[in-house]
Design a protein around this ligand. Structure first.
Ligand code: HEM
Length: 245
């Protein structure tokens, strides 16, 4: 029997991903837990570098933002994969439903982002402020980036709370409206990063550029669905299995 070529191996793995979304979620959760485990290891072994306090506060903040951008990228990625599959003549992957597993990851990635944001804020409150409210008020009034961070976490909190199936059922159509808050939350998170960074540091602008591309893509899709091939792609498949919606 001839050995399967790499393209058919890839198609087979992607098909399996769609059939076993829980396993995909498990692998993704393991990958998303990795930065926390690495940081915990660095704390235990005292290998956090020359400025451990700064490092320990910043690392979860960075991962919260990275994962927030991943959440926003999953829907466009799914649509682009369908277009790529059609253009390149792949036998599999031409329907949105083939990539449903990507969409099912959204909730896990969103919750992981919130987890890192929460840890980030808790570490800031504990290590930087010692839970001194007056110091927080002083920080917030002198540093606009702190206010932007507060706005981001305030907007992300209802999203995390209402991410369960029960809340989805309870809120019905309003669930989508509530979850639209992810966009202003991401904007505030990027502003938070830009405003806290020193002049000449480029990394926050890279995040900003990624967010801008994702927001523009959304805008184009809303205004002119055919521009992004959405007509050809048809209606979006439900985010969750029918039983959960
Ligand atoms: C109450 C809300 C928040 C407060 C008070 C806060 C505070 C801080 C502080 C003090 C720093 C380090 C600044 C420095 O070292 O000079 C920081 C960095 C950072 N924060 Fe926040 N933050 C908040 C929420 C958030 C949220 C919700 C996100 C993302 C979703 C976020 C993402 C970041 C990022 C990306 C960095 C820079 C990390 C790096 O340098 O790699 N923060 N934040």
């Amino acid at each position: 029997m001839a050995a399967p070529d790499s393209a058919s191996l890839l198609a087979r793995s992607l098909k399996a991903a769609n059939r076993f979304p829980q396993r995909v979620a498990l692998v993704a959760c393991g990958a998303m837990a990795w930065p926390a485990l690495v940081m915990a290891w660095q704390v235990v072994t005292r290998t956090l570098g020359p400025n451990p306090l700064e490092q320990v506060i910043r690392t979860p903040g960075k991962w919260a933002l990275v994962l927030l951008l991943v959440v926003l990228a999953l829907t466009p990625l799914r649509q682009l994969m369908v277009l790529a599959a059609r253009r390149l003549g792949w036998r599999w992957g031409r329907r949105l439903a083939d990539w449903n597993w990507l969409i099912r990851l959204r909730r896990h990635v969103g919750l992981a982002s919130f987890f890192y944001a929460f840890v980030h804020v808790m570490l800031y409150g504990t290590l930087d402020l010692g839970w001194d409210w007056d110091e927080f008020v002083e920080d917030a009034s002198n540093k606009p980036f702190v206010l932007a961070g507060v706005a981001a976490i305030v907007l992300l909190t209802p999203l995390a709370i209402t991410s369960t199936d029960a809340w989805m059922r309870r809120l019905k159509r309003n669930w989508k409206r509530v979850h639209w808050l992810v966009y202003p939350a991401a904007v505030f998170a990027v502003l938070h990063f830009i405003w806290m960074s020193k002049l000449g540091v480029h990394r926050p602008y890279v995040y900003g550029a990624v967010l801008l591309v994702l927001l523009l893509y959304r805008l184009v899709m809303r205004r002119k669905p055919e521009a992004a091939g959405r007509d050809a792609l048809g209606e979006e498949a439900p985010e969750r299995p029918a039983a959960a919606s």
